[in-house]
Design a protein around this ligand. Structure first.
Ligand code: COA
Length: 265
C-alpha cells in the first residue's frame, strides 16, 4: 500500500507527493511511456531544487507513472532534426540541470524502476544514488540503434556500476536486460514484485530518514568524489569527516549513544 497522500498537481508532467520526511516524484507522461521531453526535464529540475531546500524532506523516491515504464528514454521526437551543436547542447544542458544535479543532490534519491528504463530513462535511474527494480523492469541503452550514443552520462555511469565489459556489451548491442540480470550485474540493488516496489522503497527511505541528514550529505560528497576526475576521494573523505564534527547531528548522535537512547536527528 502506498503511504503517500495525494497533493495537488503543480506541473504538467510531474506529480509530487510528500509523506512526513519522504517525497515521491512521479514522472507522469504514461501515454509516452514517461519519455523525457524538455518540459519534463525542466520540471524535474525545479522539483528536485524545491525538495532539496525543504528542510523537512530527508529522502526522495523517483518513479514513473503506470505499470509499464519508468522512463522510455529522451523524447526522440524533440531531437530527431537536431544538428551537431544542438546535439552537444542537448546533452550538456541535460547533464547539468538533471543528471549531474541529482547525483550531487545533498539528499538521497532512490530510483524505483517500475518498467522500461531505456536510454535517458536508464541514465536517469543511474544518476540516482541507488536503484530498486520491479520484476517486470527492462533496462538498456538503445542509443546506437538510433545512430547516437548515450548523452546523459550513460557511457560513464554504466561502466561504474556494471564494469566496462558488460557496459560495452549493453551499449553496443543496444539490447535490454531483465531486472534479474540488472541485479546480478550490480545495476540495481533489489528486485521486488511490482506491487511491492513503492512500499519496499518507502521502507528503505524510512530507515535512511532516521539517520543524520548532515552525515548522509557528507557521505554522498565523499562517495561521489571517488568518481570525479582530478579529485582525491580520500582527501574529500578526510574533509567531510572533519566537517561532521562541527554539526549538531554529531553531538546528538554521540550523546544519544553514550546515554543509551535513540538519537533524535
Ligand atoms: N521518445 C518519444 N516517444 C516515445 C519514446 C521515446 N523515447 N518511447 C516511447 N514513446 C512513445 C511512442 O512513440 C508511443 O507514442 P504514440 O502512442 O503516440 O505512437 C508511445 O510512447 C507508446 O510506445 P510504443 O512504442 O507504442 O509502446 P510499445 O510497448 O510497443 O514499445 C518500447 C515500448 C519501450 C520498446 C518502445 O516504445 C521504444 O522502443 N521506445 C524508444 C526507446 C528508446 O530508443 N529510447 C532511447 C531514446 S534516446
Amino acid at each position: 500500500m502506498n503511504i503517500f497522500k495525494n497533493r495537488p498537481m503543480k506541473y504538467n508532467n510531474i506529480l509530487v507527493e510528500k509523506n512526513d520526511k519522504i517525497a515521491e516524484i512521479i514522472i507522469n507522461r504514461p501515454k509516452k511511456l514517461n519519455a523525457l521531453n524538455k518540459e519534463t526535464i525542466s520540471e524535474l529540475h525545479s522539483t528536485f531544487t524545491e525538495l532539496e531546500s525543504d528542510d523537512h524532506i530527508r529522502v526522495i523516491i523517483l518513479t514513473g507513472n503506470g505499470d509499464k515504464a519508468f522512463v522510455a528514454g529522451a523524447d526522440i521526437s524533440e531531437f530527431a532534426d537536431f544538428d551537431v551543436s544542438q546535439g552537444a547542447e542537448l546533452a550538456k544542458h541535460g547533464q547539468e540541470i538533471l543528471f549531474d544535479f541529482i547525483e550531487n543532490l545533498s539528499i538521497p534519491v532512490i530510483a524505483a524502476v517500475n518498467g522500461f528504463a531505456l536510454g535517458g530513462g536508464l541514465e536517469l535511474a543511474m544518476a540516482c544514488h541507488f536503484r530498486v527494480a520491479s520484476e517486470n523492469a527492462k533496462m538498456g541503452l538503445p542509443e546506437v540503434s538510433l545512430g547516437v550514443i548515450p548523452g546523459y552520462g550513460g557511457t560513464q555511469r554504466l561502466p561504474q556500476l556494471v564494469g566496462k565489459g558488460k557496459a560495452m556489451e549493453m551499449i553496443m548491442t543496444a539490447g535490454m536486460i531483465t531486472a534479474d540480470d540488472a541485479l546480478k550485474n550490480g545495476l540495481v540493488n533489489h528486485v521486488v514484485d511490482q506491487d511491492e516496489l513503492l512500499p519496499f522503497c518507502e521502507k528503505l527511505a524510512t530507515k535512511i530518514a532516521r539517520n543524520s541528514s548532515t552525515a548522509i550529505s557528507s557521505a554522498i560528497k565523499a562517495v561521489n568524489a571517488n568518481f570525479k576526475e582530478g579529485v582525491n576521494g580520500f582527501d574529500v573523505e578526510v574533509e567531510q569527516f572533519g566537517e561532521c564534527f562541527g554539526t549538531d547531528d554529531f553531538e546528538e548522535g554521540t550523546t544519544a549513544f553514550l546515554e543509551k537512547r535513540k538519537p533524535d536527528f
